[in-house]
Design a protein around this ligand. Structure first.
Ligand SMILES: N[C@@H](CCC(=O)N[C@@H](CS)C(=O)NCC(=O)O)C(=O)O
Length: 222
């Protein structure tokens, strides 16, 4: 099998998506940890447009953007499918992946920008409400009984949101408001690959708190 390398970082939610998909498929890979304050020449070569992790390199060919990488993994290694087989159900899954990518951006905005936090929090609550009402229904996972790409897309958003909430000092993802999503998160975290690879809350808190303080200090200087 052609060599699989992942340029990433252990605490990145986007990297985590790729690790989950590769492990669920049983694909061996080498993780190349990038220092984002001093990006490697290879990362810049492989992702010259965004210069971000994760980048999957398969047989020397780079693929960028976490959800694009996940679809590539799904198409390249069909074992243990992470997308539904029915075209209509696949279209639904893509709808929710697209929703996660567009609306989930508010979570990263809450962390990165101290401006307009009230509106950002409103956007996050709206996103959670929509997923609660329309995304999951009575299902265990988004696709039914088994974990799939939509779960992986939302899993990173919701787990990291809980860390960001603690750092920013707000509480949005409350269990009485989003009981369906809380039940889903419990199921999601019980999947062995998810549980074994999800960075711990403490590690994430220390790392992201440091970054948040730096971001705030530089915003105050502007
Ligand atoms: N939309 C991208 C986001 C990737 C992303 O934001 N990666 C961050 C790490 S979590 C990064 O590489 N940041 C470096 C930078 O912005 O210079 C994806 O899904 O892959």
């Amino acid at each position: 099998m052609a060599e699989v390398k992942l340029h990433g970082g252990l605490l990145s939610p986007f990297n985590y998506r790729v690790v989950c998909a590769l492990k669920l498929k049983g694909i061996p890979f080498e993780l190349i940890k990038e220092d984002l304050s001093n990006k490697s020449a290879l990362l810049l070569k492989y992702n010259p447009v965004h210069k971000k992790i994760p980048v999957l390199v398969h047989g020397g060919k780079p693929v960028c953007e976490s959800m694009v990488i996940l679809e590539y993994i799904e198409e390249t290694w069909p074992q243990n499918p992470l997308m539904p087989s029915d075209p209509y159900d696949r279209a639904q899954a893509r709808f929710w992946i697209n929703f996660a990518e567009n609306k989930g951006a508010a979570v990263w905005k809450l962390f990165r920008s101290i401006e307009d936090q009230e509106n950002t929090m409103k956007e996050i609550l709206e996103m959670l409400q929509i997923v609660e009402e329309h995304g999951l229904g009575e299902k265990k996972f988004f696709h039914g009984d088994k974990i799939g790409l939509v779960d992986i897309a939302f899993g990173s958003i919701v787990h990291w949101l809980q860390i960001i909430e603690d750092i920013v000092g707000v509480k949005l993802f409350e269990s009485h408001k989003f009981p369906g999503l809380h039940a889903w998160l419990k199921n999601y975290k019980q999947v062995p690959v998810v549980e074994e690879n999800l960075p711990s809350r403490d590690e994430l808190l220390v790392f992201f708190k440091g970054r948040y303080e730096k971001l705030q200090a530089s915003a105050r200087m502007q």
